[in-house]
Design a protein around this ligand. Structure first.
Ligand code: 1HE
Length: 258
C-alpha cells in the first residue's frame, strides 16, 4: 500500500506502521487520519499484529493545528466523530497494535496512542494535553480512553494546568506498560508483537474485543460474559492442542523474566 504520510512494511506476521510526517512532528492532518482509516480497514491477510511508531524526534504532535479552520459547532462535532470512527477501527480492529512512543506524545497523539493494546515508551517520551491551554477540548476519544488508563483526575490535571508527564510518570500513571532506553523502542515493540502474533486467534480476539467491554460491565453480567468467552476460546482446536502439549511436556513453562 502506498501512502503520503504513513509507511507500512512487513516483518513476517508483524506489520510496522510509521507515522511519517516528521517535518510537522507527525501532526495528524485530515489526510493522515484518512490514510490510517484506509490501512486499518485493509490490513494484509497475513498480518497478525501491528507496531505503530513515529518518524523523527517525536511520536505525534496531535491534531494538525494548521487545519483548524473556522469550523461551526456542527462541523466540529462531525470532525471529532470522524476521528472516533477511525480510532475505534484501530482499537476494535482485526489485530492488536503495539505503540512505540518517544518524544512528544501529545493531544491527538496521546489519543491515538491510547487506542493501542500495548504501549512501549522510550525514556524521551512525554505526555500532555495542550488542548487545555489552546482553549479547546479532547476530540479524538481522549476523554474516554485516557481516563480508563490513568483516571479522569490525572487527565483533568494535565488539561487544567498544562502538566507534562515524563516517560517514568506516564508509566507510573498507567499510560505505558514498558519503558526502554533511547532507540530501543522499535525492537522491543517488534519483539512483543511477534509474541502476540503467535497467540491463538480467539485469545487475541477476546483480549481486543471482549476484555475492554467486560471491564465496563457490572460484576454479574461481566462474569457471565467472561464464561461465554472462556468457553468459546477453550473449545478451539488450537487451545486443545496447546493444553495437550503442556501436559505432554512439550509446552513452555512460565519462567520469571530477567
Ligand atoms: C505542527 C504541530 C501541530 C508541530 N499542528 N503543525 N498539538 C499541540 O498543541 C502540540 C504543538 N506542537 C508542539 O508543542 C511542538 O511542535 C512539539 C513539542 C510537538 C515539537 O517541538 P519541536 O521544537 O521539535 O518542533 P517545532 O519547531 O515546534 O515544530 C516543527 C514544525 O512542525 C513547525 O512547522 P514549520 O513549518 O514552522 O517547520 C510546527 O508548526 C509544526 N507542528 N506540531 C501543525 N500539532 C481531535 S482533537 C485533538 C486535539 C489536539 O490534538 S490539540 C493539540 C495539538
Amino acid at each position: 500500500m502506498k501512502f503520503k504520510s504513513l509507511r507500512f512494511s512487513r516483518q513476517g506476521a508483524v506489520g510496522v506502521l510509521l507515522l511519517n510526517r516528521p517535518a510537522k512532528r507527525n501532526a495528524l492532518s485530515d489526510a493522515m487520519v484518512a490514510e490510517l482509516d484506509a490501512l486499518f480497514g485493509a490490513l494484509p491477510n497475513g498480518v497478525k499484529a501491528v507496531v505503530l511508531h513515529g518518524a523523527g524526534a517525536h511520536f505525534c504532535a496531535g491534531l494538525d493545528l494548521s487545519e483548524l479552520s473556522e469550523r461551526s459547532a456542527a462541523q466540529g462535532v462531525a470532525h471529532s466523530r470522524g476521528w472516533h470512527r477511525v480510532f475505534d477501527g484501530i482499537q476494535f480492529g482485526r489485530v492488536p497494535v503495539v505503540a512505540v512512543l518517544h518524544g512528544a506524545v501529545v493531544g491527538g497523539g496521546l489519543e491515538l496512542a491510547s487506542c493501542a493494546h500495548v504501549r512501549v515508551a522510550e525514556k524521551s517520551a512525554f505526555y500532555a494535553f495542550p488542548e487545555g491551554q489552546r482553549g479547546i477540548f479532547l476530540g479524538g476519544g481522549g476523554s474516554v480512553r485516557v481516563p480508563r488508563l490513568i483516571g479522569a483526575h490525572r487527565v483533568a490535571d494535565m488539561m487544567f494546568t498544562g502538566r507534562v508527564l515524563s516517560a517514568a510518570q506516564g508509566q507510573a500513571a498507567g499510560i505505558s506498560t514498558y519503558v526502554v532506553g533511547a532507540g530501543k523502542g522499535l525492537a522491543r515493540g517488534i519483539e512483543l508483537a511477534r509474541k502476540i502474533a503467535t497467540n491463538a486467534p480467539a485469545t487475541n480476539f477476546a483480549l481486543m474485543h471482549a476484555l475492554p467491554r467486560i471491564a465496563e460491565l457490572g460484576q454479574d453480567a461481566g462474569l457471565l460474559m467472561e464464561s461465554l468467552v472462556a468457553g468459546i476460546a477453550q473449545s478451539e482446536p488450537v487451545a486443545k492442542q496447546r493444553m495437550k502439549d503442556f501436559l505432554e511436556k512439550r509446552g513452555a513453562k512460565v519462567r520469571r523474566q530477567p
